[in-house]
Write a protein that binds this ligand. Sequence first.
Ligand SMILES: [Zn+2]
Length: 276
Amino acid sequence: MWFGVRGLRSVFVFPVLAAAFATAGRAGPAIDPVLRQYLDHEGFTWVSKRTKHFHLYFQKDSEAHRHISALKRSVEADRAHVLSLIGATAYDPPISAFFLKSGARMKDLVGVEVDGRSRPAQHAVFSVVTPTWLHLTHEICHEIASNLWGAAEPWIEEGLAVYADEGDNIYYDAWTLLNSGNLIPLEKLVNPDWQSTMYSADITYTELGGFVKFLRDRYGTDRVKQLWQAGSRSIPQVLGKPLAELDREWRESLVGQFPQPPIRHYRAGDVGFLMQ
Ligand SMILES: [Zn+2]
């Protein structure tokens, strides 16, 4: 849903220059003026910190504010993990990360009540922080992959972000869906029109995360990148088989991965995605 902000950069070229001069004395010239809509937003007082690749913004007296050191470490680790996952060696733009106290405050700031949000055209990511949620991998994946590889269909955008966030655990979660008969046929998700509101996000995000992991494991990062850039309709050309055959292959791989039920408790609380 963040696709709507694409193009803001070019629209803002002239206001940006004017705003840069107007605000330079207050916050320094390094702040991208497009971020002023958040930094100067009524009702928000930000505490800012920097790391090598991030500008971090915390609400005063927030959970995030109490975990600054952990968050400074985790965003850099998340960024390195995403670059490694997609086979990239460099990513130049500094990323601005805003940490919110609640979904309601997220809505105040970006207009939608969600736990996470990314606006790659602005190099800005947003996350609600709780004591058990101190990382931004999902949103950083959107930020980096979208800027390095370009725009993509939502199924692969979300699948890659979920896989980046969950790692290999996603396969067990997908296996659980398969085992309970809850996997949705891939043709319903892997197409240009799927949106996260169409089915239960608990199912679709987990399923797509598992499917993208399968694609990367079996066909490699370069093929995933090709699908990212050419879309789901290119699957027969890129992978040499139709989606229906891939659906069978990946279900077989799930069963093969876990011939016996694995000894691991289902982490129900971890898959309640409200992120986009
Ligand atoms: Zn997402």
